[in-house]
Design a protein around this ligand. Structure first.
Ligand SMILES: [Zn+2]
Length: 330
């Protein structure tokens, strides 16, 4: 059977043909408006704003974060990054014999804004507060002062700890070093003595005394990725409480950095270890450490392979000091 609907009035078929683009236009408008309304209800995270930032950062490397001053041309950093006032949070337990001698116990208070910053650096900040609370509750007073510092701006380039060292320049000869926890949500596995190989033997017996809690190694490594670096650069032991945190690479600086990633029993143990370590350093009959001179520090940093990165970040203040010292193999 052959049916021709438009046999009697062929012109009517053009109404149907014309209706097709008309309906397509209506559908396109509908879906566009629907998408606009939906997007306006989304958070910046859902809209992919942060992904764009990351892609730009990956493409521009360090210049994205460090672009300052008159670069002669506009870039995204000029539009989205600007200096803001911020502050370290400081409290201390004064020493009973040598209050002028100070051990800094620290972590960083800032984090990336994708999530709660629970693992970077929530465990560190909580451990610092827990350590202070534990020592206060014990009623014991250390021979020297323990200064608890929650550093600001670590993620922008250790801003808070560099500012601390600069502000306390004249008192650094009275400092004993700093003790930092910033390696995630795992248990403490190593005390890295921030370049001070002369302190490893002194520290070993203390570390062995913690064996009932857990086995912790001691070595002379420098950790330049956290608030230990400014102290190591001042010739003091910037002691990093390294941790066994395999999940950290998935949580820190990501939207997954939320409270459920933190293990309460590990946090409690780490905070206890921080309190014990801080008290042991500050309460020793003999002073734990005095700063190394710049030349010895420069040599140590070169030996630990830190020269290139510090130079690249314009953080190498020692000029030719220690030149000729080759990075040691691990
Ligand atoms: Zn951190």
């Amino acid at each position: 059977m052959n049916v021709d609907t438009f046999k009697n009035n062929p012109s009517i078929k053009w109404y149907f043909v014309a209706a097709i683009p008309f309906m397509l236009a209506i559908m396109a408008t509908y879906f566009t408006m629907k998408r606009v309304v939906e997007r306006s209800r989304q958070t910046p995270y859902q809209r992919g704003v942060y992904e764009n930032f990351f892609q730009q950062m990956a493409a521009q490397g360090q210049t994205f974060l460090t672009a300052t001053g008159d670069s002669g041309s506009w870039n995204t950093a000029d539009l989205f990054w600007w200096p803001a006032d911020s502050a370290n949070v400081v409290g201390e337990i004064r020493g009973r014999e040598n209050p002028e001698q100070v051990l800094v116990v620290g972590a960083h208070l800032d984090s990336w804004d994708l999530s709660e910053g629970s693992t970077d650096n929530g465990p560190g900040s909580a451990s610092v507060l827990g350590a202070a609370d534990t020592i206060m509750r014990s009623g014991m007073k250390p021979r020297r002062t323990i200064r608890f510092v929650l550093f600001t701006g670590e993620e922008q380039g250790l801003d808070g700890s560099f500012a601390y060292v600069k502000q306390h320049q004249s008192e650094l000869p009275d400092h004993l070093g700093d003790l930092v926890l910033d390696e995630g949500q795992g248990p403490v596995s190593e005390f890295q003595m921030g370049g001070r190989d002369d302190l490893v033997a002194t520290f070993q017996p203390f570390s062995k005394s913690l064996a009932n809690i857990r086995e912790i190694k001691v070595n002379e490594k420098v950790e330049s990725g956290t608030d230990t670096l400014p102290f190591s650069m001042a010739g003091l032991p910037g002691i990093n409480m390294n941790q066994d945190s395999p999940e950290y690479k998935y949580t820190h600086h990501s939207a997954a950095d939320a409270l459920e990633a933190v293990k309460p029993e590990v946090l409690t143990q780490n905070s206890t270890l921080m309190a014990l370590t801080a008290f042991w350093i500050a309460d020793r009959p003999d002073r734990f450490a005095t700063p190394w001179p710049a030349e010895r520090t420069a040599k140590m940093l070169r030996g630990q392979g830190q020269y290139d990165i510090l130079k690249a970040f314009h953080l190498w203040p020692y000029g030719d000091l220690g030149a000729g010292e080759k990075p040691k193999e691990d």
